[in-house]
Design a protein around this ligand. Structure first.
Ligand SMILES: Cc1cc2nc3c(=O)[nH]c(=O)nc-3n(C[C@H](O)[C@H](O)[C@H](O)COP(=O)(O)O)c2cc1C
Length: 336
């Protein structure tokens, strides 16, 4: 594609297409907590607090991680269309839900093949809920993932030590136990895990998770989206040798709204690079939603940094499952 010297204004094909790509970002419970407003050549990204998890995420940290991932997709999608996004994060302290203003400018250079290749991963990426095949993730790829996180001011810390890996699995188990038994958490999960009859285009739906996940050593429990109803898709053919994969914490030097947005940008960047290598990530953020457990993880496993995501990465044990998104019209408006 050639360099574009014309700058799009208003909601036209370029902007609509870029926002359509942006919304394929991951978000906690597929809440899709974002809105995009277009005025002239500026696209504003806002958090949608009605979609925040009041119980699990009262500060809106995970909400901003998801919005940050959508922001990274938007940046990449504009660059792949031949434009240069110029970003102002949190431009107005009096409007904390205004997360970023993205000014779409003409790019000085032609779109390179790497940008197009990265962009092509946006719709290939899926959250994995299961185990991983024994093929290792080569050191070069692990370094590349870490590099991507660092480019956005975050870092990826791998739990190499078996005890650390085991401790993170145990903390996930403890958090899952709490979340299933405390009614407010359980009600919130139920709100975002609709029944198979649903017409909704958000939430974690039964086509996105297996009825059973294989046990790995150590075992990281999955969220209980089915809530005992037997929902979900048939599990993958049992592989005896399914593994937990490499366990990573995505960490940031600060724990502020800006750091959470940047964590989301870093997360998506890592996930797209992983997808390019046919790797997938499984998320286990239950322990990061229980303040005492998050503080424990921060103190013992993150050095001076703050944990934003806990993920397992590897070659998935099955084909990618499906997911849903709301139509772009629901989240994109032209501003007067
Ligand atoms: C901040 C954050 C936390 C998440 N935590 C979990 C989790 O604990 N368990 C899980 O299965 N998926 C988790 N996810 C993945 C979402 O459920 C997933 O992104 C969403 O359902 C959309 O599906 P997709 O990623 O396949 O497009 C998380 C995603 C984000 C951004």
């Amino acid at each position: 594609m050639q360099t574009r010297s014309d700058v799009p204004t208003g909601v036209n094909d370029v902007v609509r297409g870029a926002v359509e790509d942006a919304i394929w970002a991951p978000s906690v419970h597929n809440t899709q907590p974002w809105r995009f407003g277009v005025r002239g050549s500026r696209i504003s990204l806002r958090a949608d607090p009605d979609r925040r998890l009041d119980v699990a995420d009262p500060q809106g940290r995970e909400m901003l991680v998801g919005c940050g991932a959508a922001l990274y997709n938007l940046r990449l999608a504009l660059r792949a269309r031949g434009y240069e996004p110029v970003i102002r994060l949190l431009p107005d302290p009096d409007r904390p839900h205004l997360l970023a203003d993205v000014y779409v400018e003409a790019a000085g250079e032609e779109v390179d093949a790497e940008t197009l290749h990265d962009h092509a991963q946006i719709r290939r990426r899926r959250s994995h809920r299961g185990g991983f095949r024994p093929e290792p993730v080569p050191e070069g790829v692990r370094n590349a993932l870490r590099y991507e996180a660092r480019c956005e001011g975050a870092d990826l810390v791998q739990a190499v030590d078996a005890h650390v890996k085991g401790a993170l699995a145990a903390l996930t188990d403890a958090a899952e136990h709490v979340q299933q038994r405390v009614p407010s958490y359980a009600t919130e999960i139920a709100r975002w895990a609709p029944s198979p009859k649903t017409a909704r285009q958000d939430g974690v739906q039964q086509a996105s998770y297996p009825t059973r996940t294989p046990r790995t050593e150590p075992h990281f429990p999955a969220r209980d989206f089915a809530r005992g109803q037997g929902w979900g898709v048939e599990p993958a053919d049992d592989h005896d040798d399914v593994l937990a994969g490499i366990v990573m914490l995505l960490v940031t030097p600060e724990d502020t709204p800006e750091a959470w947005i940047r964590a989301g940008e870093a997360l998506e960047r890592v996930l797209l690079r992983a997808a390019e290598h046919d790797l997938a990530a499984a998320f286990h953020t239950q322990a990061l939603e229980v303040p005492e457990l998050r503080a424990f993880i921060q103190k013992h496993f993150c050095g001076d940094a703050y944990p934003q995501m806990l993920l397992r990465i590897g070659v998935p044990d099955r084909e990618a499952l499906s997911t849903v998104r709301r139509p772009v019209e629901d989240v994109l408006t032209e501003e007067p």
